[in-house]
Design a protein around this ligand. Structure first.
Ligand code: Q9C
Ligand code: ZN
Length: 345
């Protein structure tokens, strides 16, 4: 399969995140993408540097105000104090209910709070460059499908599905899957379906397309009553306005087994096919793996091959984007299992 691997991913390398009240080493690391790249090459997949430029497409998915903030964020952080080069910025104040989010403050950490929905998404010097390169990879993969490829994989990081129209969170800054869906629309697919199989609900993707009928969203994830991102991902979120009926959430109990997960996948696939999409984007989170350090589903590497076979059986041109997955040593083999499952079918 054609796999787009932006080497600039490594420019996003914060050192610590908040976890249970402490600073711990980041779970979302450059080694993740390297694990995937090595496994792709070893399995004989074509690993390509993305050539497309997603610049003009980005404002079709994210607000110009948010993009402007993110692109200049590190320079603004350094302008406060050159010693900030060795420090990670954190938000400290958020515009929750009753506070104004229409006025962008001048103060840096206040702007970071305005554009963040959690304190778990550390920014580093190359976060913009890496996230933008991930979008370039997503567009490159979309162009490959438009050129007649049946499937393509975007092996990028940081992940994207928690990033919404004007917010970051959950290790995500720019939404590569949303950008890929938008690109496929603009290349002529009348309807695009997004299937999100990451352990965590893709709240950013849902928010971007919630009022649209031309891009539908189906997500299988840990129930937000107990699992991150907590504040979105319930079954009663079905889309609004023209998008009514085009959003489908299948929350599952933390700890559920593979049989339960595959039964929900079957429901999600049948729902998705009912909307007659012409192309498919898969938000391929591999944190549903039994060995994942921060998630609670129990899928095995063999289950990932079965997932690939089920995706292939949908019979749609398919663009896959890497999302979560923090069992770094097994991440590459799990990604390859999905791709080989697709190609075997
Ligand atoms: N304070 C993705 O898988 N943090 N993001 C968990 C730490 C959020 C995961 C609790 C996990 C986000 C793309
Ligand atoms: Zn996840």
């Amino acid at each position: 399969m054609n796999c787009y691997f932006p080497s600039q991913h490594a420019l996003h390398a914060p050192s610590h995140e908040f976890f249970r009240g402490q600073l711990v080493p980041c779970h979302e690391t450059p080694a993740r993408a390297e694990s995937v790249q090595q496994a792709l090459l070893a399995a004989g997949h074509r690993v390509l540097e993305p050539q497309a430029d997603s610049r003009v497409l980005l404002p079709r998915v994210h607000s110009p105000r948010y993009l402007g903030f993110l692109e200049r964020a590190w320079a603004d952080w350094l302008a406060l104090d050159p010693a900030n080069a060795e420090r990670q910025p954190w938000p400290s104040t958020w515009p929750v209910r009753g506070l104004r989010d229409d006025r962008e403050p001048a103060e840096f950490s206040a702007r970071l709070g305005l554009y963040s929905f959690d304190s778990g998404t550390p920014l580093s010097s190359g976060s913009w460059a890496a996230a933008k390169a991930g979008c370039d990879a997503a567009l490159s993969a979309a162009l490959a499908l438009a050129g007649g490829e049946r499937a393509a994989f975007c092996a990028s990081r940081p992940p994207g599905h928690h990033a919404g129209p004007d917010f970051m969170g959950g290790y995500c800054f720019l939404n590569q899957a949303a950008l890929a869906a938008q690109a496929l629309r603009e290349q002529g697919a009348a309807r695009v379906a997004i299937l999100d199989v990451d352990y965590h609900h893709g709240n950013g993707t849902q928010a971007i397309f919630y009022e649209r009928a031309d891009v539908s969203f189906v997500s299988l994830h840990g129930d937000p009553r107990t699992e991150y991102p907590f504040f979105l991902g319930h079954a009663d979120e079905t889309g609004s306005g023209p998008g009514f009926g085009f959003n489908r959430n299948l929350p599952l109990p933390a700890g559920c087994d593979a049989a339960t997960w595959f039964a929900a996948l079957e429901m999600g696939c049948n729902h998705l096919l009912g909307q007659a999409p012409e192309a498919l984007v898969v938000s391929l989170g591999l944190d549903t793996y039994e060995g994942d350090p921060i998630s609670k589903f129990k899928l095995t590497t063999a289950d990932f091959a079965r997932l690939g076979e089920r995706i292939a059986a949908l019979g749609l041109p398919t663009l896959l984007v890497l999302e979560g997955g923090y069992a770094t040593a097994q991440l590459g083999s799990n990604a390859v299992a999905v791709l080989n499952g697709i190609e075997a079918a």
